[in-house]
Design a protein around this ligand. Structure first.
Ligand code: 2AM
Ligand code: CA
Length: 258
């Protein structure tokens, strides 16, 4: 197994290089393609960043495997050994339509256990990270553990489909019970909102392993719950209907939807 501090240093360097690349490309025209739907986009930047990060990982850690959004990683059938989760741009729709509110995310797992999680809010220039057992940091400053607030005491983050599609109508009652709903369109930035105590939960109807893995490491440092809607552990080989929440909000959410 690699030395965690050494890997931590490298990841931070790679994220800083990625941020410079995004900044330098600001004035260039984006090449935008549709993937599964008109609101599921990929740009040349998503691909370039994932390619650069996977190249660096393969050079430094040739025995590790990679699960990435844009196809430069490996086809995984298990989580044995060291697995890297890469989301080059989380919130691509925001990146295209707003040029802000997106994140670069990296997670490192060993035999399925989260060891390191990194979410870089590119616009705010804030790197949230956690190494398992060492707490949560924002730009190297410790982040205080948020209060264990209940659903009725706080704001609830969701993805937009959960609030608009009839198939998810039962989840709207959670929104009603909370103090109100907030939506940023980036799973990583929603995790940051949870880490700051700005929301008490984030529920999303379809998240991929790279959307979940980095934030899971960060929020587990605070003892928060990260589960599927049916209460089972998330599966990092598949898409998941996912709940991230304070322990109190999680219990109330589960009581309400089961
Ligand atoms: P992405 O931008 O990396 O695709 C938006 O609600 C959040 O859900 C974003 O974090 C987005 O990540 C994620 N997401 C996962 N699958 C998606 C899909 N098929 N379409 C849109 N957003 C998706
Ligand atoms: Ca992405």
């Amino acid at each position: 197994m690699a030395d965690i501090q050494e890997r931590d240093k490298l990841i931070k360097e790679w994220i800083a290089e990625t941020a410079e690349k995004i900044e330098a490309a600001k004035s260039e025209r984006l090449n935008i393609e549709e993937k599964s739907a008109r609101n599921d986009l990929v740009t040349n930047m998503d691909k370039q960043i994932e390619k650069a990060l996977t190249d660096k990982i393969r050079t430094q850690f040739p025995n590790d495997r990679i699960c990435g959004e844009e196809g430069f990683g490996d086809e995984l059938e298990d989580l044995d050994g060291t697995v890297w989760f890469i989301d080059p741009i989380d919130g691509t729709l925001n990146f295209v339509l707003q040029q802000e509110n997106f994140a670069v995310m990296i997670g490192v797992y060993e035999n399925g256990i989260g060891q390191q999680g990194y979410i870089y809010d590119v616009t705010q220039k804030r790197l949230y990270h956690a190494v398992k057992g060492q707490g949560v940091y924002c730009n190297e400053e410790p982040v205080e553990k948020p209060e264990n607030k209940s659903l009725t005491e706080g704001l609830l983050a969701t993805n937009s489909q959960l609030m608009t599609k009839d198939q998810f109508s039962e989840y709207r009652k959670l929104a009603d019970q909370s103090m109100g709903v907030r939506m940023l369109g980036s799973a990583g930035l929603e995790v940051i909102e949870l880490a700051k105590g700005n929301v008490i939960g984030y529920i999303a109807s379809k998240l991929s392993p790279w959307d979940i893995a980095p934030g899971k490491v960060i929020l587990e440092e605070f003892g928060f719950k990260i589960r599927q809607f049916d209460g089972t552990e998330v599966n990092l080989l598949n898409r998941n209907k996912t709940i991230f929440a304070t322990p109190r909000a999680y219990d109330e959410i589960m009581t309400n939807i089961s």
